[in-house]
Design a protein around this ligand. Structure first.
Ligand code: 5GP
Length: 118
């Protein structure tokens, strides 16, 4: 049984977050440590720890995450200039919160996609 993270508490509104969108499948909120002028996290409401755990039965929520990303990019005014959607997985991917989340980042020119390991 996967362990809940702080994101489950955000979904249930037990701890504060700047929630921009929520429906029966997904929740989107601003990242607490933004890496760009727009930095939003889009997550499924049910716990999927990592990208490795995604099943066919999750496809509806995963698809919704994509369409909500597109909608929020429009609302943030960054759609035309462009942005990046990122999902980190496990240690090599730099994942820190084990409830999958798509980062929507943009609002200025982003750097190269991959930087060398620190
Ligand atoms: P990861 O490295 O797992 O892909 O990204 C986790 C993201 O979650 C980080 O960008 C981090 O700033 C964000 N984050 C971690 N804890 C919280 C929190 O309590 N609230 C919000 N809004 N974002 C968080």
């Amino acid at each position: 049984m996967a362990e809940e993270t702080i994101f489950s508490k955000i979904i249930r509104r037990e701890i504060p977050a700047d929630i921009l969108y929520q429906d029966e499948l997904v929740t989107a909120f601003r990242d607490i440590t933004p890496q760009a002028p727009t930095h939003i996290l889009i997550i499924p409401n049910h716990l999927i720890p990592t990208a490795n755990d995604i099943k066919a039965s999750d496809e509806k929520a995963l698809g919704r995450m994509m369409s909500v990303a597109a909608k929020l990019a429009q609302e943030e005014g960054i759609a035309e200039d462009g942005y990046r959607l990122i999902m980190n997985c496990n240690q090599h991917g730099g994942q820190e919160v084990f409830h999958i989340h798509m980062h929507l980042v943009g609002g200025h020119q982003l750097g190269r996609m991959l930087s060398p390991p620190a």
